[in-house]
Design a protein. Structure first.
Length: 196
């Protein structure tokens, strides 16, 4: 009977050991599966992190590219506007230098001719003045109208005030020096006297 008990006990021990061994192998397999899943998740997470990083870098590069393109377009537009302005106002410095000459011609034409000789000189001066004025007008030079006009600080320069009861307040009474414009730009404002 003892022998049967020992055998049963041995069998029970063997069974317990087998069950324990199976449990241990199951645990080891479960741990390995978990480690593989964790490793797989870690690799997937790493790929996702790399993809997110690359997408952020791509977005930054696209943004930088768009800013550079906008800067280039702005520079090209500014260059084009500068080129157009340079073409439009190419004669500005020459015409600015000619304004005192036109003033001198006008002063010379105000002299009264007393003899035939001075009359012919005045006519010659007038012809040269008109030719010079026509050439300047072809380039876009325009005389600014002042006398009788309402005072405009953009095109007129008030140097004195007068009182004329027949005219409204702020009206230009006298033109002291002609003003000129080049197309839509003021070369020299008209010096005027304004009614109080």
């Amino acid at each position: 009977m003892r022998r049967i008990q020992v055998t049963e006990t041995t069998k029970n021990k063997d069974l317990v050991q087998e069950v324990q061994a199976e449990d241990a192998s199951t645990e080891v397999e479960g741990t390995e599966v978990k480690e593989e899943q964790e490793a797989t998740l870690t690799i997937e997470e790493q790929y996702e992190a790399k993809i997110a990083d690359l997408q952020a870098k791509l977005a930054d590069e696209e943004n930088r590219h768009l800013r550079l393109r906008a800067d280039f377009d702005n520079m090209r537009r500014r260059t084009q506007l500068d080129r157009e302005a340079a073409e439009k106002y190419r004669a500005q410095s020459l015409l600015s230098d000619l304004l005192p000459i036109l003033d001198n011609f006008e002063r010379a034409l105000q002299v009264e001719a007393t003899s035939e000789e001075t009359t012919s000189i005045v006519k010659g001066i007038e012809m040269v003045y008109r030719s010079l004025l026509e050439a300047a007008e072809k380039e876009g030079l325009q005389v600014i109208k002042a006398e009788g006009e309402q005072f405009d600080p953009n095109i007129h320069q008030a140097v004195m005030q007068e009182q004329d009861s027949e005219k409204e307040t702020g009206v230009v009474v006298r033109e002291l020096q002609k003003g000129y414009m080049l197309k839509d730009r003021v070369l020299r404002p008209t010096m005027v006297s304004v009614n109080e």
